[in-house]
Design a protein around this ligand. Structure first.
Ligand code: BT5
Length: 330
């Protein structure tokens, strides 16, 4: 949806919410918001598609009856307690990938902390060109523009920071015991509930900007996952038995991530090491790590200050900077 239509959509919702007790005629709304009656009709149609219950009685007008769990900049900002992250919030109903848009916006100078959220992604991406399943209304699909003054070699650590913040936020909002799996997964009961996709625009010694893309399965039920994911993915709703308001989860994540991010920019990953260990799914256990064509098996011993995974293979220690971890006996 184009930017001006988004603004009209938000203004319409606000206006309908303010006047929930009464019916509003097309003329009243069109004049108040300065939109053509046809645009109003289309906006109402779109909002109904997203779960808003809006009645229309002939000769009387529109009335808002029910508001779904809906992502709107004003609603998100109302909940945010952050200083930098989320100063600018953009919400989309359907988008290709929030990371793609964030990248384009960052290239044209969007400020640090700009948050892009979508209700649905049609081309959601994971790492290495993999797909990220992002159906409408059920998840949190979001990207943050970051401009940290750190060397590019330190960038991967931020994926770990985002995963850690996500696990903490999930714990706070649902009480569930979320774990992180190096380098970018968030797990509940061994199944993937969220993932982080960190992308970088950098020169040799300097980061221009980074995009932290975060995907979380929030209100999916068992049948909402396609076959190829049903055995490996889960959602907060499946694990907790309750619907989780996405805005609440989003603001908890933003708060946790901002605290970690600000500390990381000053002091690096080191102060987070004990929390990283506490939340880690696999540290101390026997794992298999695949990276490129290589595959090693050993004990996942630690995550170092650069965010690399340290694997002990016999008496040797291997430092792995990227790859895929599975528990060796799975
Ligand atoms: C990730 O990649 O885990 C990073 C996911 C990041 C998604 C966010 S959503 C907002 C932003 N915009 C984007 O376009 N992306 C980011 P990776 O480790 O490569 O995991 C991908 C693999 O996870 C896939 O190959 C599937 O096996 C599995 N998968 C796909 N969709 C999933 C889902 N919704 N839940 C759990 N697993 C999923």
């Amino acid at each position: 949806m184009k930017q001006n239509l988004q603004i009209a959509e938000e203004e319409l919702i606000t206006f309908l919410q303010k006047n929930r007790q009464i019916q509003l005629s097309t003329k009243q709304i069109s004049e108040e918001l300065g939109i053509h009656p046809y645009v109003l009709y289309q906006l109402v149609k779109e909002l109904r598609r997203w779960g808003f219950k809006i009645s229309l009685e002939k000769g009387k007008g529109y009335q808002l009856l029910e508001v779904p769990d809906f992502l709107l900049p004003s609603e998100i900002k109302k909940h945010l307690k952050t200083k930098i992250l989320g100063k600018e919030v953009l919400c989309y109903r359907t988008i290709g990938s929030t990371n793609n848009l964030a990248f384009r916006l960052a290239e044209s100078g969007a400020q640090e902390g700009t948050l892009i959220v979508a209700d649905e992604q049609t081309k959601g991406r994971g790492r290495m060109g993999r797909n990220w399943y992002s159906p409408p209304k059920l998840g949190l699909w979001m990207s943050l523009i970051l401009r940290p003054d750190i060397p590019p070699s330190k960038a991967p650590s931020l994926s770990i920071c985002a995963g850690l913040a996500l696990a903490q936020a999930i714990g706070e909002i649902t009480g569930l015991d979320a774990k992180t799996k190096w380098p970018n997964d968030c797990l509940l009961n061994g199944r993937k509930v969220g993932g982080v996709l960190l992308e970088l625009s950098a020169e040799l010694d300097r980061i221009n900007f980074m995009i932290a893309g975060i995907g979380v399965n929030v209100n999916h039920q068992f049948g909402d996952f396609p076959k190829n994911l049903s055995a490996i993915a889960t959602s907060l709703r499946i694990e907790s038995g309750n619907d989780v308001p996405r805005v609440k989860l989003l603001s908890a994540f933003m708060e946790k991530f901002e605290a970690i991010y600000l500390d990381f920019k000053k002091n690096g990953l080191s102060p987070q090491r004990s929390l990283i260990k506490k939340f880690s799914f696999h540290l101390g256990t026997k794992v298999t790590v695949k990276y490129g064509r290589e595959k090693i098996e050993g004990i996942a011993e630690d995550i170092d200050d650069n965010g690399s995974l340290i694997i002990r293979v016999g008496k040797e220690k291997k430092v792995v900077t990227t790859g895929e971890v599975t528990l060796a006996d799975l």
